[in-house]
Design a protein around this ligand. Structure first.
Ligand code: GLU
Length: 305
């Protein structure tokens, strides 16, 4: 496995130059495009990490599956489904060209910004401060990393420039889909997107989803199997932005990418994978990260299809 990962990283590295580091959040533009790391946690209790696997980056959209999990856990499937659907939009993650007919729960999903921002309002807590503490706590448990914290610079950078997300949240409010204070809910969303993680943290999230919410080491149940399956299904169809269909063909497992350059990929009942390479394609997915996952999927026959 070490040799396999080494070969895959070597082969995929040349694709870094086909991508570019995100710069619409100014602080993200400072990432080093040469960083490339991977971590695999497998069901036979092995951990394989290579390259820049412990370099920190912000979780960005990879927090969306955790937002979905908490919204499900804090309410129920009926409440989540009433607010946000499950169909792929085929549009960019921050699209806001909704026509009058299109902005309804059915037309958004939990993995695009509009859907994720709507689901933030379902997380329990008397204040957004309390919702944030609960989500951070849950993320620490899921990643098995009690030291997680936010990257203040990235958080402030997005808070100062994230007007598209504000516009999306105001549209949700205009269409009576949320009742929350827009500034509060987007501030919460910016904060949770700014949680600093590394490949090991992503592999842990994926590993738990791969095992449907049960911690393999302790046997403890962290979230329900039913909700894990819900999240994995949505990841399969919507997790890689408007590149999810192509990813299903090439890699064939549920995954979520973030504009920070991370991808967490779930091979059900087999392994959790975290990859990091911040040079992104036009859709916002890590180019070399996808290549590495393609290599792993082919060699280990990971596709669920
Ligand atoms: N915080 C980012 C945004 O909302 C997350 C986007 C992403 O990773 O796809 O623009």
């Amino acid at each position: 496995m070490e040799a396999l990962l080494k070969n895959i990283l070597e082969d995929s590295r040349r694709f870094i130059k086909e991508g570019a580091v995100a710069n619409y959040i100014p602080e993200l533009a400072k990432a080093n495009a040469d960083n490339f790391g991977v971590c695999v946690l497998s069901n036979d209790n092995q951990r394989y990490c290579l390259g820049d696997y412990n370099v920190p980056f912000t979780i960005q959209s990879i927090i969306k599956p955790i937002i979905l999990l908490m919204a499900l856990t804090d309410t129920d499937i009926a409440r989540v489904r009433a607010l946000v659907g499950v169909e792929a939009t085929g549009k960019p993650f921050d699209a806001f060209n909704y026509s009058d007919q299109a902005l309804t729960g059915e037309h958004i999903n939990p993995m695009i910004n509009t859907g994720a921002i709507a689901l933030c309002t379902l997380i329990r807590g008397r204040s957004y401060e309390e919702k944030f503490s609960r989500l951070l706590e849950m993320t620490k448990i899921i990643t098995d990393n009690p030291t997680l914290e936010i990257d203040e610079k990235v958080y402030l950078s997005e808070k100062n420039t994230g007007n598209k997300n504000r516009a999306l949240a105001y549209m949700l409010k205009a269409y009576n889909m949320i009742d929350a204070d827009v500034e509060e809910v987007v501030d919460f969303y910016f904060r949770v997107c700014s949680i600093k993680v590394n490949c090991v943290d992503l592999a842990n999230i994926a590993f738990l989803l791969a095992n449907h919410g049960e911690n393999q080491k302790t046997g403890e149940r962290i979230f329900s199997a039913q909700y894990a399956k819900y999240v994995n299904a949505v990841l399969m169809t919507c997790g890689m932005y408007d590149g999810s269909g192509e990813f299903a063909l090439k890699v064939g497992i549920p995954a979520k990418s973030g504009v920070g350059g991370g991808i967490m990929a779930v091979a059900p009942n087999r392994m959790g994978i975290g990859v990091y390479s911040p040079a992104l394609d036009k859709k916002g997915n890590s180019v070399a990260g996808i290549k590495a996952l393609e290599g792993l999927s082919k060699t280990l026959d990971l596709s669920i299809f």
